[in-house]
Write a protein that binds this ligand. Structure first.
Ligand code: HEM
Length: 371
């Protein structure tokens, strides 16, 4: 069948979109401008979630491949940047919500009960797909789990519940796929399946830890020499010594169960190696991937914090329509919903280029010597 000439309204579905702000009683004429703003901003944000989900699925698929091709890393970075930008845009929409005064919002808030943003299936899908585990979730403060909150009021299964359930069965998560990719990263030219790989990785980490300790000790000496009191000197020394001990604990994965340690050590060494030697041609894109993951998580956290401040401004610290502790609950999610802990943790350990251990076998990373 041939299609006639395309019109803007058919392609964008303008009439359909404009017909979606009728509210719970299906009568747009009865709604205040405030309520229509409230509905539209949520609708836009759900569309932003939709776009972000598409990018994150694409990213996961690229990294879930048996062999992650170097060419796919640039596409991965593009997806990550777009997803982060979507969250930045979303956070900026909260300014618009702040044009609602408390009194205006209270004018229609009761219609929402017991609905809540935590019934946003797409937000849950994003968290799950990135790698947030059910046991890491903050309790909502009532007997229902985050999944049960997605049921219809009569307890039956809703489309939102089905979406989230399907996402829980959708493996691997971005975190798992990236973990596998990082695990396979050559470190000092050595691959995990090669003989002597473990010794090479440990040698690299020992050298790096020694260099990092040396760097901190020299900063510590300066700081101590400038401290005004003996008390301050002691405090500073304890702080720097603690930082050196924490670095070793992290690098040698002493915080992890012994059976999981070897893998964590290699993944953490890979993160450190990529961040440190990003000038090596083969590490340039991996480093962009890592930085873009950090940027995406940062955008997520800022959006959560921004939402909490907007909520505090509009409704104060009262109980949420969904029955949670409101702002207190939201602040806890902003603080605790972190997925890529190790990507951030490595930043604490990085040192000046001049102090880093030398790279062995740079030719493995496409480094052209003698030119
Ligand atoms: C006046 C505007 C808003 C108020 C007062 C508000 C208030 C709240 C409160 C109190 C919660 C905690 C759960 C509860 O007990 O209800 C919550 C959760 C949530 N809200 Fe909002 N919200 C507003 C606008 C928005 C907008 C525009 C979005 C964009 C999508 C949004 C997305 C969410 C999400 C995703 C959650 C779940 C957070 C989580 O469980 O991690 N909210 N909101």
């Amino acid at each position: 069948m041939t299609r006639g000439p395309t019109t803007y309204w058919d392609y964008i579905k303008v009439e359909e979109i404009l017909d979606l702000q009728r509210g719970i009683d299906e009568r747009e004429d009865d709604l205040s401008n405030d309520e229509v703003v409230f509905i539209v901003v949520h609708q836009i944000d759900e569309l932003w979630f939709k776009l972000a989900l598409r990018e994150v699925v694409r990213l996961r698929d690229l990294f879930a491949a048996e062999k992650v091709r170097e060419q796919s890393l640039a596409s991965a970075v593009r997806s990550l940047r777009r997803a982060a930008l979507l969250f930045e845009q979303l956070a900026s929409h909260f300014v618009l919500m702040e044009t609602l005064t408390t009194r205006d919002y209270l004018g229609f808030r009761d219609k929402l009960l017991p609905a809540s943003g935590f019934q946003s299936a797409q937000m849950r899908e994003l968290e799950i797909l990135l790698g947030l585990r059910p046991e890491e979730r903050i309790p909502l403060g009532h007997e229902r789990s985050y999944l049960d909150a997605l049921r219809h009021p009569d307890g039956s299964i809703s489309p939102a519940y089905r979406r989230v359930e399907a996402r829980l069965a959708d493996y691997p998560t971005v975190k798992e796929a990236l973990d596998e990719w990082l695990y396979r990263t050559p470190i000092q030219g050595s691959m995990p399946e090669q003989a002597g790989d473990e010794a090479t990785v440990l040698r690299f980490l020992e050298a790096y830890a020694a260099a990092q300790a040396g760097e901190l000790e020299s900063v510590m000496r300066v700081a101590i020499s400038q401290a005004p009191t003996e008390e301050d000197r002691r405090r500073l020394e304890a702080r720097y010594r603690g930082e050196i001990a924490n670095a070793r604990r992290f690098l040698f994965a002493e915080d992890v169960a012994p059976e999981l340690r070897a893998r964590r050590v290699r993944v953490r060494a890979a993160l450190l190696f990529i961040e440190s030697y990003r000038e090596l041609p083969l590490l340039a894109w991996p480093r962009e991937v890592i930085d873009s993951i950090v940027a995406l998580e940062q955008a997520f956290v800022i959006a959560r914090q921004r939402h909490a401040r907007m909520v505090e401004r509009v409704i104060g610290r009262r109980t949420g329509t969904g029955g949670s502790a409101g702002v207190d609950y939201l602040d806890k999610t902003a603080l605790n919903y972190r997925i890529f802990h190790e990507f951030w943790a490595v930043r604490t350990l990085l040192i000046r280029a001049a102090a880093m251990p030398a790279v062995e076998r740079p030719e493995v990373y496409g480094f052209m010597t003698g030119e």
